[in-house]
Design a protein around this ligand. Structure first.
Ligand code: BGC
Length: 765
């Protein structure tokens, strides 16, 4: 009976305000707060604490939902949400337990790691970022939200916006690369794509920016490792993408596993309250990462009672999996370690999120089996996934126009990723049907039709070490290890290549060689795969490397010897068709790297926006004694940030400036003509970099401050224009004030971070 009273109460407590146009934002917030308080007035302390608990779906996924251990907790009002449970039917069944069998009938949130698509999988985020196309990235989030919401999901643990400069860290595949400006634009696009303008609509879901903060800066690229960073670096280089997500209205924030300035993020009050809420104005709720509260015992901060109280006090609202909040907060309250207000604040924030999602009006809003049937993995979505995937490929090398291929050529297809549908989705594709992805082999066959002249051989395993391979053959993504010797596999590949005009070698990583808990100490292409390439190269036939990877990878020998390299990342469920589109020139590759490819692992961290140091190496030099360099390798990357070729060529003309001496609020207009001087129409990402030449603190040698992706037909010229104001010159100074300082600024424009036109201007206060 109380349940019905509750529903009536909340519906009467203020006007119906879920539609944005009806009332002003401030009023809406007030009404949500008022409604949440009305609900809380009916709740016991235990029920409030229950809302702060987020278990994994656990045995619900396998057994009968209503008999599971989690189900008991749901009925007892001890669960606020569940995550990674798939299908509208199951979610409806579990939601029913909460709504009909718990005392107050408060609906659950259903979360999931919808990271780069739901069932229709798009390229991994590092790949998507290489498109430099914000509309397209937003569209992937929109389609993902559409599919996920139809299937019952109201909350995604995305976007992941951790800046990282370390390709040893497997999770670089989930992020947007090394640049704070680009990653900030992407964070905004993703949040807008998932959440739309109105969270209560049936096809929008709540986003969660993660992992706050600095998770990408773990020492030595080892996952979950210690982070130690100055505040000035945090503010200038690592915080901006999280803040961009907050500014875009992201509903939730996830804590990082690592420590920040000596205190684990999940207990760090400075981070979770001062920075996040007081300085940035975040008003949603904070969830921990998986068992992050419990892990603070191993961090050496205290026992579960202590760390749970610390987390709540720090500003964490929801506990993912640890059950530290569920099992200890009541006694922490009795002991005076936390106050009832701390619990109320957290509970209120979670209830407000549920109200915003419209879950109290209709707890089943996000689980519509009919809509799911129509919209999940639909032909339309798959078509877009194919088109979008082809925009993310980065052409690293293409000597003598090796690519695009002619359809009449006899093709030999080899390599461990050539015929492996299950690995096409890459890491974090929880809801994907991997077997239904399009392999490269299938994509080539689709493109060539019945008369396809393709001979195939695997050519090598992913790695020689079978134990290593077994560590990355998890989550339904088998690598189909061939037990024969690597030599026999190579010989078989040579037989397949015998009559071919051209050899396509699908090499690199398997899907789970990057992603969570997939750090590596060497990032070279595995030796057995390189041996395969060497043997193929010796045939004298053109070899095209199609590179599958979730991280920058060591390609020194390949860059020297192989005529064409197309980096396709992990391109998602439609990978094979999309790659065929690029190989045969239906689509001209236009992706640009968002993370530097180093020459070797010893150069890491290597990133374009580094500081100059007091002993910089002169440009073009390899080594000078007592300069900042290495004895054995140049300071140059293998491929720089922003780099990517096209089947056509672009020529940059001279920059034109409206003025070169500016004051205060002046606007600097810079124009540059870009011409397509090649034989194909194509797209170019025109990049703007600025260097602040003298400041009160040291500044990077250049920073991305703008970009435009333009389409140019053969022979066409476009005048690309950038408008620069002092907003583009701002940075956090030593006292962490966000300022700009008078002086000289170098303005650079080009097609990557190294090939730029440059001119210095002065800008005074
Ligand atoms: C990851 C998060 C993810 C969570 C829930 C954790 O291991 O670090 O990114 O959202 O699991 O699946």
């Amino acid at each position: 009976m109380i349940k019905y009273a509750l529903v009536v109460l909340i519906l009467l407590s203020g006007f119906n305000c879920t539609h944005k146009s009806e009332v002003r934002d401030g009023d809406r917030e007030e009404v949500f707060r008022h409604r949440a308080d009305s609900i809380m007035a009916l709740m016991t302390l235990d029920e409030k604490i229950g809302q702060l608990n987020l278990p994994a779906a656990g045995d619900i996924t396998t057994g009968q939902a209503s008999n599971s251990n989690v189900a008991e907790k749901i009925k007892n009002g001890q669960v606020g949400g569940l995550f990674n449970l798939k299908s509208a039917e199951k979610i409806r069944e579990v939601q029913r337990l909460a709504v009909e069998e718990s005392r107050l009938g408060i609906p659950l949130l259903f979360g999931m790691d919808v990271i780069h698509g739901y069932e229709t999988i798009f390229p991994i985020p590092l790949g998507l970022s290489s498109s430099w196309d914000m509309d397209l990235i937003k569209e992937t989030a929109r389609i993902a939200a559409n599919e996920a919401s139809a299937d019952g999901i109201s909350w995604t643990f995305s976007p992941m916006t951790d800046i990282s400069r370390d390709p040893r860290w497997g999770r670089v595949s989930e992020g947007n690369g090394e640049d704070p400006y680009l990653a900030s634009q992407i964070a905004k696009a993703m949040v807008e794509g998932y959440q739309g303008n109105d969270l209560s609509l049936e096809n929008t879901i709540m986003a969660c920016v993660k992992h706050f903060a600095l998770y990408g800066a773990g020492e030595a690229g080892r996952d979950y490792n210690t982070v130690d960073m100055s505040k000035i670096r945090m503010y200038n280089e690592y915080f901006p993408p999280y803040k961009a997500a907050i500014d875009a209205g992201v509903g939730t924030v996830m804590t990082a596993f690592n420590e920040v300035d000596g205190i684990p993020a999940s207990a760090n009050r400075w981070l979770m309250t001062q920075v996040l809420r007081e300085d940035w104005g975040f008003d949603g709720f904070v969830v921990t990462d998986y068992t992050a509260i419990e892990e603070m015992i191993d961090h050496g901060i205290g026992d579960l009672d202590h760390v749970s109280a610390l987390a709540l006090k720090a500003g964490v609202d929801m506990d993912m999996v640890s059950e530290g909040f569920l099992t200890t907060l009541k006694s922490a309250l009795q002991q005076g370690k936390i106050s009832e207000k701390d619990i109320d604040d957290a509970c209120r924030r979670i209830l407000i999120a549920k109200l915003k999602l419209g879950l109290f009006e209709d707890p089943y809003r996000y689980a519509d089996p009919e809509r799911a049937k129509k919209e999940v993995f639909s032909d339309d979505n798959r078509k877009r996934a194919r088109e979008i995937a082809s925009q993310t490929f980065v052409l690293l090398k293409n000597d003598n126009g090796t690519l695009p291929l002619k359809k009449g050529s006899k093709i030999a297809l080899v390599g461990p990723m050539a015929d492996n549908a299950e690995n096409m989705s890459g890491t974090w594709s929880v809801a994907g049907n991997f077997g239904e992805s399009i392999s490269l082999r299938k994509g080539l066959e689709n493109a060539l039709g019945d008369g396809a002249l393709i001979s195939y051989a695997k050519g090598s395993n992913v790695v020689v070490d079978s134990l290593l391979e077994s560590r990355v053959s998890i989550f339904g993504k088998p690598t189909y290890r061939d037990p024969r010797s690597e030599q026999i596999l190579i010989e078989e590949a040579l037989v397949a290549a015998k009559d071919a005009d051209v050899i396509i070698a699908a090499v690199g990583e398997s899907a789970e060689m990057s992603g969570e808990s997939s750090s590596l100490t060497t990032i070279e292409l595995p030796e057995n795969q390189r041996n395969l390439l060497k043997a193929l190269h010796k045939t004298g036939k053109p070899v095209i490397v199609v590179l599958f990877t979730g991280r920058p990878i060591g390609l020194g020998w390949e860059k020297e010897n192989i005529p064409a390299i197309l980096n396709v990342w992990f391109a998602g469920s439609e990978a094979g068709d999309a790659i065929a589109d690029a190989l045969f020139g239906e689509v001209n590759p236009s992706g640009k790297l968002t993370m530097t490819f180093p020459q070797n692992v010893g150069q890491i961290p290597l990133y374009y926006n580094h500081k100059n140091t007091g002993r910089p190496l002169a440009e073009g030099k390899w080594f000078e004694k007592f300069r900042s360099n290495y004895l054995d390798v140049t300071n140059e990357p293998l491929y720089p940030f922003g780099f990517g070729l096209s089947y056509t060529s672009f020529q940059y003309g001279e920059m034109e400036f409206n003025k070169v001496e500016l004051k205060g609020d002046d606007k600097l207009l810079v124009k540059i003509p870009v011409t397509n001087i090649g034989q194909y129409s194509g797209q170019e990402v025109v990049q703007l970099y600025i260097r602040d030449k003298v400041a009160s603190v040291t500044r990077p040698v250049k920073e991305l401050k703008g970009f435009q992706k333009i389409q140019l037909e053969i022979g066409q010229t476009k005048l690309v224009e950038f408008e620069i104001t002092v907003k583009h010159l701002k940075f956090y100074d030593y006292d962490l004030n966000y300022v700009w300082e008078s002086g000289d600024f170098e303005i650079m424009i080009g097609g990557d971070s190294q090939q730029v036109k440059s001119k210095t201007i002065s800008w005074k206060n």
